[in-house]
Design a protein around this ligand. Structure first.
Ligand code: PLP
Length: 420
């Protein structure tokens, strides 16, 4: 199986999975996509152990790659936490937040870290992962890479712009993870990472772990295959899937799962006040823009980086427009939805998941078979959720373990030389 850049129209420069994972972004600036989508293994059964299920879904994507023989051990190592399914009125909630940092990004970050560790074990190299974060990514990456051989992490976050609990998850690691509190904005942090990557003094041995990396995308396909097969087995129907989206990496996993033949019905993207995608569906013109701040901050994206993969999958903007459904949700609607679900079902949702639920109850009223994807545990967003429901959100054990650890970080000005 070879992967090609979305910009490599003649498909000349193919890489295998492991090579594409180490490379991150293609040399021409495009994103890696598989040459084709192989059909699902007929032996797949959603009653299987999840790690084994994942290995079977992913095996064809690693054909001919040096990681092929290690895929079983990678899946066992990466997927060491459960997926939750909860019924609320009108939908099944798929909870992807039972990993070590209580967000769905644990799936991708852990699979990427496990893959990179094994690749470097073979080549004997050493890599430092640089990550700028304003929320969930940094915590998931730090946790996934913490204690791994041949790898270290530098996490950069903007001073005073991350919630207290988020800050704790960025600064509680020690060992091979260093945290930097930057006197600047998130954009300054990102600019520092970019400068370091192109400075010959440092660029050797640096790598990234952002959501365009193939190693984060592939594992996000697996839970859609799993959930849709389990739903079909139980009800005889294909579920519609509603996905809270920002950089559209998570939903790209769902489209790829469907391309392999997973029994997924319509795929619906819920976004916050960052309306780039719904505006594109409405007008046919794709206009990336600056992001605006919302209550669902992990989705504050105005120029979704994985859109290029969706345009590639659907053969351009016209095809993408036919295949993508998306609606935007305001902060007031997020609050009222958190409150309504709490009143009606006694269930607590994070602000991101609430975007999905608002879209479901507003635009999908005629649909009884919906899987609503829950991307984070509400306890990570206690300062937003608790005033809305007037009750405290119980903290899950994984999160309280992190909150109890000592916090260490360095305060630096927005100058990338200070990272080295
Ligand atoms: C990252 C994130 C999202 C958005 O996922 P994308 O893959 O960027 O679309 C949604 N919710 C939460 C909680 C996240 O951390």
């Amino acid at each position: 199986m070879y992967y090609y850049s979305t910009r490599d129209r003649d498909r000349k420069n193919g890489l295998t999975a492991g090579q594409a994972i180490l490379k991150g972004l293609a040399a021409d600036g495009g994103l890696f996509v598989p040459e084709s989508f192989p059909a699902l293994d007929p032996a797949l059964d959603p009653d299987m152990d999840y790690a084994l299920f994942a290995q079977k879904v992913l095996a064809p994507f690693f054909e001919g790659d040096e990681l092929a023989g290690m895929l079983g051990s990678i899946c066992n190592d990466a997927f060491n936490f459960p997926i939750g399914f909860t019924k609320i009125s009108g939908a099944t909630v798929m909870e992807l937040f039972h990993g070590p940092t209580c967000a769905f990004k644990d799936f991708g970050a852990r699979f990427l870290a496990c893959s990179m560790e094994r690749l470097l074990e073979k080549s004997g190299g050493q890599l430092c992962i640089l990550v700028a974060t304003s929320g969930d990514t940094g915590g998931a990456v730090a946790s996934a890479f913490h204690g791994r051989k041949h790898l270290s992490v530098k996490v950069l976050f903007p001073k005073g712009r991350v919630a207290l609990r988020q800050r704790q998850q960025l600064t509680c690691w020690g060992g091979n993870v260093e945290s930097y509190e930057v006197d600047g904005s998130f954009d300054d942090c990102q600019a520092m990472v970019k400068s370091a990557f192109v400075d010959p003094l440092y660029s050797q041995g640096l790598s990234s772990a952002n959501s365009i990396n193939l190693g984060r995308l592939l594992p996000q396909m697996v839970y859609y295959v799993y959930a849709s097969m389990a739903y079909l087995k139980k009800t005889g129907k294909k579920p519609v899937i509603v996905i809270p989206s920002g950089n559209v990496g998570n939903c790209t996993g769902a489209y790829w799962a469907r391309a392999m033949g997973a029994p997924v019905g319509r795929i619906v993207l819920a976004v916050n006040a960052n309306r780039t995608i719904p505006d594109f569906i409405e007008s046919g013109v794709y206009e990336p823009r600056s992001s605006v701040r919302t209550l669902a901050n992990a989705m504050d994206v105005g120029a979704p980086s994985n859109m290029e993969r969706l345009f590639s999958l659907f053969g351009g903007t016209a095809g993408a427009r036919e295949n993508i459904s998306s609606w935007s949700v305001s902060d007031d609607e997020i609050r009222s939805t958190i409150r309504a679900v709490w009143d009606e079902d006694g269930y607590i949702m994070c602000p991101h998941t609430a975007c999905g639920e608002y879209v479901r109850r507003t635009y999908l009223t005629d649909c009884d078979d919906v899987i609503l994807v829950s991307t984070a545990h509400p306890a990570k967003f206690d300062t937003i959720v608790e005033p809305v429901i007037g009750a405290s959100v119980p903290v899950p054990p994984a999160l309280s373990r992190l909150l109890d650890k000592p916090s260490v970080c360095r305060s630096i000005p927005a100058d990338y030389h200070r990272l080295f």
